[in-house]
Structures are given as C-alpha cells and as structure tokens.
Ligand binder design. Structure first.
Ligand code: ADP
Ligand code: MG
Length: 251
C-alpha cells in the first residue's frame, strides 16, 4: 500500500532521509518509533504531499506518488495527480489542526463537501457516523475551543476518517495532551486498528500502546530504518545497540 524506494530527502544541505526503503502492506498496522529529529514526521508529511522528495520513488496504492507516467515517460506529478493520490490518505497531527472558526460538524464536513463533492446531507450523515464512532455526538455544534484537548483530537480523527481514506497516518497524536486525556484518544485509535480494511502508519512514543496494536515496529534513527519486526521482537529482544539504547529511555 505504501512503498518507499531509495527515497532521499534533504533540507538545504542536510540529508534527512538517506535512500530510505520502507513498505507498508495493505491493511497492515505499522508504528514508527525513534528519537526526536530522526525523520518520522518527514516520512508522513512526504506521504501527505506536504513535502517533496529529492530522489527515489514512492508508490501509494500501486501508483507513483510524486511522479506520473505520461506518453511512456516518467514526469513530475501534476497538481491533479497529487489531488487524486491524496484521496487515499488522511493524517492526524500532534496539534489537532482543527479550523477554530468552524463548528465540530463543519470541521468534519468541509473536505467531504469541497474535495469529495458530497452533498451537505451526505456529509452531515458522515459527520454523525464518525462523531458517534469517537463518542462525541452531543458536541457537534460546539467550537473546538469549547472542547478539551482529548475531545479535539477525537474530532480530528473523525474528520480524517470522513474522507473514507484507505490509509490513516498518525503523527504523535497524543503528545500534545495532558496525561489524563491520552487514554480516550488511544482507545479510539485502538478501535481503528481493529478494522481489517484500514492501513495504518503511526508515529508514537506510547510504547505499550504501540506494542498492543501494531503488526510491525520500525525503529528509525537519522533517517534510516535501524531495526524492524513484530512488536514482541523489537520490544523484548532488540538486536541493534541503538534500538536497545533508545528503548531504555522509556523504562
Ligand atoms: P521527527 O518527527 O522524527 O522528530 P522530523 O521529520 O520532524 O523528525 O525532522 C527531521 C529533521 O529534519 C530534523 O532535524 C528537523 O530539524 C529537520 N526539518 C524538518 N522540517 C524541516 C524544514 N521544513 N526545514 C528544515 N529542516 C527541517
Ligand atoms: Mg515528529
């Protein structure tokens, strides 16, 4: 569903991702762990087409993301191609990123109406469905500022789901929350992880949670995958010294 082949990303002279190879299978749940500044957010932002790449190729759902084929040639992706590709994915950010001047319901219906061309009625039905899923049905007419951080992040998840993506990306979805609000957001994500028809790529420092929900853990450092495998292996008996050192900081 996601495939990075020799992907290089630089900011100025600094190489952030160095010929990264990385795959996520359809419906697989993968968690990326790693130190701050190792390139985790950059991977997700590249997938969302918020950042471009300098070299390599990325496929999403079998199609090249940053390229397209035209007249038997590979050319840089057009805005139209990127728009089509973005429909495969939704992302939940650390800082909720809700529209502050819109009600909860409108936050959710905005993309379905304007990007996916649903009618107001269809979009409202979707909003109700996903607000119910995240347990916030009674807050539909409130503004984000009237909600707790945990509730805002649950709205952000409902909003991300409302475009019916095949792939959900989460970038440290609980890092900005007070500790007592982390659980309610994780339990929503856990429910999503139980869906068999959703591909999930998650960045988190919640190791216990990652262990429970992931099919695979990828430890990255300095833009490279140092070690990957099933959670029991990576957490219980990490092979690489760098993984061991990183995990020790969480005990
Ligand atoms: P992580 O999410 O693992 O903490 P990031 O992917 O956010 O790491 O960042 C990786 C590196 O790229 C960091 O050193 C960061 O400072 C740098 N970086 C990220 N975004 C930019 C940017 N827009 N301009 C310059 N450097 C950036
Ligand atoms: Mg980050």
């Amino acid at each position: 569903m996601i495939k990075f082949e020799n992907v290089t990303k630089k900011f100025g002279d600094v190489t952030i991702l160095d010929k990264l190879n990385f795959e996520v299978a359809k419906n697989e749940k993968v968690t990326i762990i790693g130190p701050s500044g190792s390139g985790k957010s950059t991977i997700l932002r590249i997938l969302m087409t918020l950042e471009s790449i300098d070299d390599g190729i990325i496929h999403v759902a079998g199609k090249p993301l940053w390229h397209e084929y035209k007249n038997a040639q590979t050319v840089p992706a057009s805005e139209d191609h990127l728009r089509q590709m973005r429909k495969e994915m939704s992302m939940v950010f650390q800082q909720f990123n809700l529209f502050p001047h819109m009600t909860v319901r409108r936050n959710i219906t905005e993309a379905p109406i304007h990007v996916h061309k649903l009618s107001q009625k269809e979009a409202n039905e979707l909003a109700d469905e996903y607000l119910d899923l995240v347990g916030l049905s009674e807050h539909a007419d409130k503004f984000p500022s009237q909600l707790s951080g945990g509730q805002q992040q649950r709205v952000a998840i409902a909003r991300a789901l409302a475009t019916r993506p095949n792939i959900m990306l989460f970038d440290e979805p609980t890092s900005a929350l007070d500790p007592e609000l982390v659980g309610e957001v994780l339990s929503v994500i856990q429910r999503l992880a139980e869906k068999h028809d959703l591909t999930m790529l998650l960045v988190t420092h919640e190791m216990q949670f990652a262990r429970q929900i992931s099919d695979r853990i990828c430890f990255i450092d300095k833009g490279n995958i140092v070690e990957e495998g099933p959670p029991e292996e990576v957490f219980t008996s990490p092979k690489e010294e760098r993984t061991q050192a990183f995990l020790k900081t969480f005990i």
